[in-house]
Design a binder for this molecule. Structure first.
Ligand code: SAM
Ligand code: SF4
Length: 325
């Protein structure tokens, strides 16, 4: 079992497989994109597999594949095949914009990868396309329906942005009922690839909750898992559920069980830090688990207490596409 210097069990790895993306979501990166990594800067699939297997040996039981957009990188499905066979790994999940997942649905199902989080920030086609700066609304919507019809456990992630998509909150509550899914509203974080940082946000947890409860008074708190980042609720006489992720307010750090590895092989132990340990060179010099384990352990034994402590040294220039959410 992996435990950090604050006695938190670390069993969850968010593994970014690329920083590239076919969308340009306003809250994630500028319209012109970011400086995407060259292929040779990324971990190769073999290096990524070795690193992931080493984390599993150390006690990671759950891996979420993220990016950039994971399905943009060729070879993802082969990698998932290999990963799914590793002993000790209990769950693989994916966070995706669902533009390219359609053709992989059967293969994912066969691998038992059923937990898929889809980023969808509006149910209104024009608004969705304006937020993502691309025209994929119909593809994404149809793929979400396909995933649901195929029995996947789909969660919709919606970043709530003042003046952009707050009119979508109530339609998403309706959507959760109609489709019997979970919709999670995320507080916007300052990871948009600009230097713009924000001291506070307009639509925080309390405001989102208040808005929903004014229209749907019968909300009931669900029993969230021990390290859940979302507070989840059902609504009386309605199917599905909704959650709010206080990613800006950071009330969940005390039970944080997660670490992140970027597509370039940088281990980041808190979302809000700029500090990382780079594994690319190490893996090229000597691709052996015993060589990298001490570096992993050292980083995990030096974690920040919470995102506020980590933030003190951060400049907020990163795009979430580099970090993986
Ligand atoms: N491309 C995939 C997607 O969009 O789902 C995976 C990568 S994306 C960086 C992972 C998650 O980060 C998504 O749910 C996205 O909504 C979230 N995200 C990106 N930028 C964010 C921001 N500035 N604040 C809050 N969440 C953000
Ligand atoms: Fe791409 Fe996901 Fe970032 Fe949107 S949130 S630009 S889909 S990486």
């Amino acid at each position: 079992m992996l435990t950090d210097n604050h006695n938190r069990v670390i069993n969850y790895l968010r593994l970014s497989v690329t920083d590239n993306c076919n969308m340009r979501c306003q809250y994630c990166m500028p319209a012109e994109g970011i400086e995407f990594s060259h292929n040779k800067e990324l971990l190769s699939w073999d290096e990524m597999f070795l690193l992931a297997s080493t984390f599993i040996e150390l006690g990671i039981t759950k891996i979420r594949i993220t990016g950039g957009e994971p399905f943009v990188r060729k070879g993802l499905m082969d990698f998932l095949h290999r990963l799914a066979a590793v002993k000790g790994l209990e769950e693989i999940s994916i966070t995706t914009n669902a533009t390219l997942i359609g053709e992989h649905i059967a293969a994912l199902k066969a691998l038992g990868i059923l937990n898929i989080n889809v980023s969808m920030d509006s149910l209104d086609k024009d608004r969705f396309n304006a937020i993502t700066r691309r025209n994929y609304f119909d593809v994404v919507y149809n793929n979400v329906l396909q995933l649901l019809q195929n029995g996947f456990n789909v969660k919709i992630n919606c970043v709530v942005m003042n003046g952009l998509n707050t009119d979508d909150i109530l339609p998403f509550i309706e959507f959760a009922h109609e489709q019997n899914v979970s919709v999670r509203f995320l507080e916007e974080m300052p990871f948009n690839g600009h230097s713009k940082s924000f001291e506070k946000i307009e639509w925080d947890f309390l405001k989102i909750m208040d808005h929903i409860q004014q229209h749907f008074p019968g909300t009931h708190r669900m029993n969230d898992g021990p390290s859940s980042t979302s507070e989840n609720y059902t609504i009386e006489n309605r199917r599905g559920s909704f959650g709010i992720i206080p990613s800006f307010s950071r009330t969940f750090c005390g039970t944080c069980n997660r670490i992140r590895v970027s597509a370039k092989g940088e281990l980041q132990t808190c979302l809000y830090t700029n500090e990382s340990v780079s594994f690319k060179k190490l893996l090229q010099q000597n691709p052996h688990p015993d060589l990298i384990k001490p570096f992993i352990l050292k980083a995990i034994h030096n974690r920040f207490k919470d995102g506020f402590e980590a933030e003190e040294k951060n400049e907020f220039k990163k795009s979430m596409s580099l970090i993986g959410g």
